[in-house]
Design a protein around this ligand. Structure first.
Ligand code: ATR
Length: 281
């Protein structure tokens, strides 16, 4: 936390108008009675290097970084936390003795949400992950940490899945999309990290009838809250975990760094964000 005056934080991206982060942090500042601020900043990719270089002298305690600047934040930092280093992207920035530190709380957010919504998830060993982009890297980090020994990454572009398997090492295998059905049969958890289902478009990307009865199905997409995948999984009686919880939980560590108090993800916070999502449909 900044030790002089009111702590200030931000979210930087391009575009940034649709970010829900100001709503989340604003809710915590208000309900915890902390006199801080959290603002949206739109920075063009041409200027992000300068913005990050000037941060230690900006008066900000730190901030969040979103699309398309997560890799730039990773490159610009003087120090990375372990997750940012392995994931290759950063979503949270703070200062330590005037130096810029970049962390990645997406993996934490994914795991903390599962802890809250499906506490038995860590007993699983076998995971099926759809997609091989930035979000998939955070999910793989979390599954690895949680002790999953057999993680199957399925992606439309097989070479991207292979890159991830190489990056994260033992226990991770890469497959083409056509393998998803067969790989689902003994999966303890299925996670969609692709944009499939965003806006409610299309059907379920995987036939959920192929999953075992005890499987958990998680989606990182949160518009709509119940994606076609989650609707199909719920229809089959499986435990489902939506993407909004990950967004809420990933915000907590940053807030604590900048404002000095660990905030809680509560049903009231969730209801506030759900109401905003509904209002902007
Ligand atoms: P993010 O950083 O949000 O994960 P990304 O890096 O663009 O975004 O990755 C998007 C993921 O969704 C990728 O796995 C992508 O598959 P490809 O690597 O083959 O592009 C996947 N994806 C997007 N649209 C898809 C579609 N129509 N069918 C299957 N996969 C799709």
């Amino acid at each position: 936390m900044a030790d002089r005056g009111i702590a200030k934080a931000f979210v930087v991206g391009h575009p940034i108008a649709h970010s829900r982060s100001p709503l989340i942090h604003g809710y915590w500042l208000e309900t915890l009675g902390i006199p801080g601020s959290y603002e949206r900043i739109d920075v063009h990719p041409d200027s992000i290097g300068r913005f990050l270089a000037e941060l230690p002298r900006s008066g900000f305690a730190g901030g969040n970084v979103t699309i398309p600047h997560k890799e730039a934040a990773h490159r610009a930092a003087d120090r990375l936390d372990e997750a940012a280093e392995l994931i290759g992207a950063a979503n949270t920035l703070w200062l330590e003795e005037g130096r810029l530190v970049a962390g990645n709380t997406d993996a934490y957010g994914f795991a903390a949400n599962l802890d809250a919504e499906a506490p038995h998830w860590k007993k699983g060993r076998t995971a099926l992950v759809l997609g091989a982009g930035g979000a998939a890297r955070a999910v793989l980090f979390a599954l690895n940490e949680a002790g999953f020994g057999d993680i199957r990454v399925v992606n439309r572009t097989l070479s991207r899945a292979r890159e991830l398997a190489d990056r994260f090492g033992a226990g991770i295998s890469a497959h083409g999309w056509e393998a998803a059905g067969a790989l689902a049969a003994d999966a303890d958890i299925l996670v969609n990290t692709t944009s499939l289902g965003m806006g409610g478009a299309g059907g379920s990307p995987v036939d959920v009838s192929l999953l075992p009865d005890g499987a958990i199905v998680a989606d990182i997409v949160y518009v709509p809250l119940e994606t076609p995948l989650l609707a199909a999984a719920r229809g089959r009686g499986l435990r489902t975990v939506d993407g909004l919880g990950m967004l809420l939980h990933q915000a907590a560590p940053g807030f604590e760094r900048w404002f000095g108090t660990r905030p809680e993800v509560t049903p009231a916070l969730r209801a506030r964000i759900v109401a905003d999502l509904e209002a902007h449909k």
